[in-house]
Design a protein around this ligand. Structure first.
Ligand code: 5GP
Ligand code: MN
Length: 355
């Protein structure tokens, strides 16, 4: 007779290619059932995947009778304000005392979509000081967060898809509503460019099937999240592309925007989302760099690449950052002009990895 555990494992194996160790799922369930106040948090400058996975998880936890709140370092971008649960998020930039109190009172903290506590920015010291038990659900390489339960699957294209598999193995997908299903779909969609990259995993389409049975309107979610723009965004995207620089010998493209240019276009958070991907449409461009002046001596750096060429290596080596092989980011301390000079000086070091 198979034990109950074996049959749970076999059931999992029969559905998705990604299988989470049943022991991790069991421990996660025990932690949740024992907890009262739960904080769900994600990385600073949260994107669709960070917000989608966090809001969906918090909603599921509430259906289980828990006090669950999403606490973030800063606010969600405009395009994601409509996402169910986003308006209830406690952002530390707006509500620092509430954010601190919730983290202090939490007996369980979920870390969604990041691999290093540094990515919590201003929340980092609060989470480090907390006595709460910790669960990580993430798809970035090399997780460095100490946790009671670490569910790390870099082969899964989004934390939201990974969360769905966690919920499924925990028998908690019945606790998903249409709203939380929409959150999960949004994360899956944004981390794959509407299923145009990192999207050859058949599990994704089983998950989408389930989410659609929950009643999500995927076409409308695409329109709201990925095909709705402010005037400023339309103009900045056009201007950025017009001013793009190419470094043909290094198969690289660079788009940069200074604070003065951002001001001129009335830049709002999220207005340049996706701009870094655009140059990759050129067959001769292997990687693309986007630099945005962010205050007097900080430049935010974003990189994207195709194929085996890793931009997380460049971001780690040269811009105190990291991320995924094909999508990474970091920061430069100095002026925009200095950041560009730095980039140009390091580009030749990576020619060896161009195949
Ligand atoms: P984006 O370019 O969209 O801001 O970020 C792409 C990916 O790069 C993110 O999912 C994240 O993994 C990573 N990333 C972005 N900025 C940073 C950063 O400053 N530090 C680290 N370690 N990773 C980053
Ligand atoms: Mn993600």
């Amino acid at each position: 007779m198979p034990t109950q555990k074996t049959s749970a494992n076999e059931r999992a194996r029969s559905r998705f290619q990604t299988v989470i160790e049943q022991e991790l799922i069991d421990r996660l369930k025990t932690l949740v059932l024992a907890a009262r106040n739960i904080v769900v948090t994600c990385h600073v400058s949260p994107d669709g995947d960070a917000l989608g996975s966090s809001c969906a998880l918090a909603a599921v936890l509430r259906t289980l009778g828990k006090e669950a709140r999403v606490v973030t370092a800063d606010c969600a971008p405009r395009a994601l304000q409509f996402l169910p649960g986003v308006r209830d998020i406690v952002a530390s930039t707006r509500q620092p005392e509430t954010a601190a109190r919730l983290i202090e009172q939490a007996d369980l903290i979920f870390c969604m979509d990041f691999n290093d506590l540094k990515r919590l920015d201003r929340l980092e010291p609060l989470v480090r000081a907390s006595q709460a038990r910790r669960v990580v659900i993430d798809h970035h390489l090399d997780p460095s967060i100490e946790a009671d339960v670490l569910i790390s699957h870099p082969e899964v294209s989004s934390t939201s898809a990974l969360l769905y598999i966690v919920l499924w193995q925990a028998y908690w997908t019945r606790n998903l509503t249409r709203s939380s299903a929409a959150c999960i779909y949004t994360g899956m969609m944004t981390d794959t460019g509407n299923f145009s990259y990192n999207s050859n995993d058949p599990d994704l389409y089983l998950i989408i099937h389930d989410l659609m049975l929950k009643g999500i309107d995927k076409d409308n979610l695409f329109k709201l999240v990925m095909n709705t723009s402010s005037e400023s965004r339309i103009r900045i995207m056009g201007y950025g592309q017009y001013r793009m620089q190419l470094f043909k010998q290094h198969r690289a493209a660079l788009i940069m925007l200074s604070q003065a240019e951002l001001d001129e276009f009335d830049y709002g958070k999220g207005d340049t989302e996706g701009l870094v991907n655009v140059p990759l449409a050129m067959p001769d461009v292997t990687y693309s760099v986007f630099m945005r002046e962010d205050g007097p001596d900080t430049v935010k750096v974003s990189m994207r690449s195709k194929g085996d060429f890793s931009v997380s290596r460049i971001c780690e080596d040269c811009f105190s950052g990291g991320g995924h092989a094909n999508a990474a980011g970091g920061e430069f301390k100095g002026s925009l002009a200095e950041a560009v000079t730095h980039l140009i000086s390091v580009l030749p070091n990576y020619d060896q990895y161009l195949s």
